[in-house]
Write a protein that binds this ligand. Sequence first.
Ligand code: F0G
Length: 355
Amino acid sequence: MDKTFENTKKLNWRGLICEYGEFLPVTPGARVITLGEGATPLVHAPHLSQIKGADVYLKFEGANPTGSFKDRGMTLAITKAVEAGSSAVVCASTGNTSASAAAYAAKAGLACIVLIPAGYIALGKLAQALIYGAKVVQIRGNFDRALEIVRELGDSKPVTVVNSINPYRIEGQKTGAFEVVDQLGDAPDYHFIPVGNAGNITAYWRGYNEYLKAGISTRLPRMMGVQAAGAAPIVLGHPVVNPDTVATAIRIGNPASWSGALGAKDESGGEIFAVSDEEILSAYRLLARYESIFCEPASAASVAGLLKTPVDPGSSVVCVLTGNGLKDPDTAISQIEVPTAVDADLDAISAALGL
Ligand code: F0G
């Protein structure tokens, strides 16, 4: 067992590879690189449940070690890179993949290179990649261009690509679906999820199918993928050359797992549709104010999607909240009026409070 968890047996959680190893391509005896990811809360959402006349739950992936769902895939991708004898990993990222890759690479003692679109990555994510010690290259170009270059680097240099074109990423991420079933007792009727590069919707659909096949669940959810209107290639049916949205995490115009997303939608009888930036920000504020969950804007896209979609009365709904709101303080601050400073005395404070 990883040293970190030797003294936490009471909590009985050893990270995804140990907990779900029988469903993952893990080599017995391999060195496992984990930060204790997974076991994220599935929070019941009374306000949303009332609005929708359904039973709504929020899977808060911002509770993972680096604050996003990316840790699920990264524990496996980095474990496999170590097993293969790799000494360096590389990824393109809108921020969360780079934060996660940097953390797990540091844990494993691997070098980490990340390519990010200059000016379009939330401050907290940039801070994470840097403080974990990654070599960060900010490119004058968007995520899609960064991923093209990363593919070329993977083909021509001795580096392991840890974007979701690396199959271990999607394998690890499917554990999100396992946890939803383990927490709810069965699969929900609807599963709402933000779609950017489309790896996560592909992974959840695989996870739900594997649990059904294993007899752990009895049914499959309808997969409801949500894109930002300014970055909605799958909805439009063609790549978007200049994607644009306040939800920078899903500012992607040519998703790598496009066919996986379509497969999930078609096989589950679900939908992939778009929400506007205004709808995303409205859901983002609602989640913090009424459900006490501070997620990042891209994550709120799943709830924005739920809010505009009719669901069957009394049905069960899971929305994945993919990342932590603390990653993007600028957007949070832009949504509220920040109070000005007052003198540190009772009268001034009472006056400011209108008391
Ligand atoms: N939500 C957040 C917070 C994300 O960071 C991402 C993707 C998604 C949703 C979409 O997931 O790509 O599997 O469809 N972020 C990637 C990154 C692209 O580089 O961090 P997807």
